[in-house]
Write a new protein. Structure first.
Length: 69
């Protein structure tokens, strides 16, 4: 679960919830920053919802394009 003040930080490059030196969960902390960048560039939005004991759910929306580019 992400605490309220850290929810916005989860999309920052190299930010990790576990600040210890342990790599028990792996990852570099860049994945969600890349996803947010792609969603933003396409005019979408990304949201995170966390629940204690259950984890976090990430949802994104993208605008629908009528015309094919």
């Amino acid at each position: 679960m992400l605490k309220q003040p850290t929810k916005g930080l989860v999309f920052e490059r190299f930010w990790r919830a576990d600040r210890s030196r342990s790599r028990a969960f792996g990852g570099s902390g860049i994945g969600l920053a890349i996803v947010k960048s792609l969603v933003d560039r396409h005019g979408g939005q990304i949201f995170v919802q966390s629940e204690l004991g259950r984890g976090s759910t990430f949802t994104f929306t993208m605008p629908y394009a009528e015309e094919r580019l």
